[in-house]
Structures are given as structure tokens and as C-alpha cells.
Write a protein that binds this ligand. Structure first.
Ligand code: GLN
Length: 305
């Protein structure tokens, strides 16, 4: 297992010294303050061994990576009924697009584009008494990391500038696929996206999608085996927006990115890996994160294919 430490260090050095391409996200003003040189990787194996390199222990804004967690909780509440509200098809469009919603009568293509994640937030608002607190408690419980927090500044910054998400939420509501007050749903969405984690924490929290028969500290399953399979499938087909095909082609693992520059990827029954490098390519995915994972899976010949 120590081989992972050596391999991530080697690939880290190789990628770190490559020319930086991409841009830090600045459409959420607060995200633009992050140091673009941050670069960290952490891998956690199914035996719960953890190996890190670089800035693996620094907190950052996980943004859309949190959409795996909100989908998980909504799926737990609703079961298969959830698919009446949101589809499971790759959109082939940018993460914040409004384009397909009109033809699709307000049913988002998948739960990982913003439109779909906002509908999932609506589902959670219907189920949770205190959505922000209860969702955070769920994250703490499945990760066994009691210190998880939202970043207030990032949440407020997105709230003040999230015009597209406001438009998406209102547009979907006009089709009847948002049941609660749009302000309540959006407030929850912005806070959820502001969740902060380190690469080490990220590679730990997603062990429930990696390990067969995973149970929490309380000895409870998070979701069923079949639900685990389906969430991994949606990550593979929709986790990188209109670059999902490219990620599957180059990396070959189910994964999910966020505009904070993080990526998580899973090799079922083996490991969960998280990478952070804030500069994004034009599709909104971490430039060096993708490069690292491509080289890492090639070197370890680990992919689901
Ligand atoms: N909070 C971001 C947004 O809604 C999340 C986008 C992302 O990480 N791709 O725009």
C-alpha cells in the first residue's frame, strides 16, 4: 500500500512543474482570492489508510463536489421517486446552462448540473426541518469529521452574485418542479456549495461510495448497494458537465469536480482520491487535477475499464 505514497509524490512533482494553464473561478468573487499555486492530493484506501502530498491538508471550497452528498441524502429520502424530478442523462452543456430546461419542461438532465442540484435542494428543503444544519450533520455523520463547516463569506459572495442560479430556480419553478420558496431553496444551495474540506477529508467522506458494506460510526449503512452503483454511474456519465466523456476517456473513474478546483474520483473496492488545484479549464474543471488523475490512473493501471 505504501506504493501509493511514492506514486502520488512522483506524479505530483511531474505535474507541479508543468506549465500552469487555466484560470481561477472569479464569477463567485470570493473564490478569486485563493492562491492559484495550491496543489494537493490525498488518497484513502478501503482499509482506511490515507496518503497525502502537497496541500492535501488545506481547506478549500468544494463547490459542486457537495452535489454528490445532497443527491445521496435526497435519494435516501425519496428512493426511485427522485428520478421523477431529475433525469440521469449527460447534458453535454455547461454546468450553469438554462438551455435544455424549456424543451425538457423543467426536468433537469441530471442532478450534477446546477439546475438538477437546485431541484435536489428543493427535495431536501421539503424533508429537512433545518436544511443547512441537518445537511451538515449528515455530512459529519457519514464522514466522522465533526469539524465540517460552511464558509460564510463564500456563501454570501455567491448569494450576492448568483444571478444564473436565481434564474434557473425561478424558471424551474414556473414548470412546477420547485415546490418550496425559491429564496429558501437558493439559500440552502449557496450554503451547501460553500462547504469547505481538505483533500484528506474529501477522500474520506466518499468512502461510502467506495467500500462494499460501508457503515458509519453508528454502524448504519448510508445507502443501499444498488443506490451506490447508480450514484457512481451518474458520476461517471455526468460528473464533469460537458467534459464527462473526456474525463472517462482520460481517467476512467467515476468522479466529480467543483469550481473551487477540487476533483474526487473513486475506484470501487480500492480507493477514493481527491485532488485540488484551483486553476480551471474552459469547462470549469481543474486543469492540473485532471492531468494528475490521468497520469495517476495510467501509472497504477487503475480504472474501472
Ligand atoms: N456554486 C457553484 C455555482 O452554482 C457551483 C458550480 C460548480 O462547482 N461547478 O455556480
Amino acid at each position: 500500500m505504501e506504493k501509493y505514497q511514492k506514486i502520488i509524490e512522483d506524479v505530483y512533482l511531474e505535474v507541479k512543474n508543468m506549465p500552469q494553464s487555466g484560470k481561477v473561478a472569479n464569477y463567485i468573487p470570493e473564490l478569486a482570492f485563493v492562491d492559484p499555486e495550491n496543489f494537493g492530493i490525498n488518497i484513502t484506501t478501503i482499509d482506511k489508510e490515507s496518503f497525502g502530498v502537497g496541500d492535501f491538508d488545506k481547506k478549500f471550497s468544494v463547490q459542486s463536489i457537495t452535489k454528490i452528498l445532497s443527491l445521496t441524502l435526497a435519494y435516501k429520502f425519496e428512493g426511485v421517486k427522485i428520478w421523477d424530478r431529475v433525469d440521469v442523462e449527460p447534458s453535454g452543456n455547461p454546468f450553469n446552462s438554462l438551455l435544455q430546461l424549456e424543451a425538457d419542461l423543467g426536468k433537469p438532465r441530471n442532478p450534477f448540473i446546477n439546475a438538477g442540484a437546485i431541484v435536489i435542494c428543493d427535495v431536501l428543503v421539503s424533508h429537512l426541518k433545518n436544511p443547512k444544519e441537518d445537511f451538515l450533520d449528515f455530512c459529519k455523520e457519514i464522514s466522522n469529521i465533526p469539524t465540517l463547516q460552511y464558509n460564510e463569506k463564500v456563501a454570501q459572495s455567491e448569494k450576492a452574485s448568483g444571478y444564473r442560479n436565481v434564474a434557473l430556480c425561478n424558471f424551474i419553478k414556473s414548470f412546477g418542479n420547485i415546490k418550496n420558496d425559491v429564496d429558501v431553496v437558493l439559500d440552502f444551495y449557496f450554503y451547501m456549495c460553500s462547504l469547505e474540506m481538505t483533500c484528506k477529508e474529501l477522500s474520506k467522506i466518499f468512502l461510502f461510495l467506495t467500500i462494499d458494506n460501508f457503515t458509519t460510526q453508528k454502524g448504519e449503512r448510508v445507502i443501499t448497494e444498488s443506490q451506490t452503483k447508480r450514484i457512481n454511474a451518474i458520476m461517471l456519465t455526468c460528473g464533469f458537465y460537458d467534459e464527462s466523456g473526456e474525463f472517462a476517456f482520460r481517467v476512467g473513474l467515476p468522479g466529480k469536480s467543483g469550481v473551487g478546483g477540487g476533483i474526487v474520483a473513486i475506484l470501487p473496492d480500492k480507493y477514493c482520491i481527491a485532488v485540488w488545484s484551483p486553476k480551471l479549464n474552459v469547462k470549469g474543471n481543474s486543469y492540473k487535477g485532471m492531468l494528475f488523475l490521468e497520469k495517476f490512473t495510467s501509472k497504477t493501471t487503475s480504472s474501472i475499464f
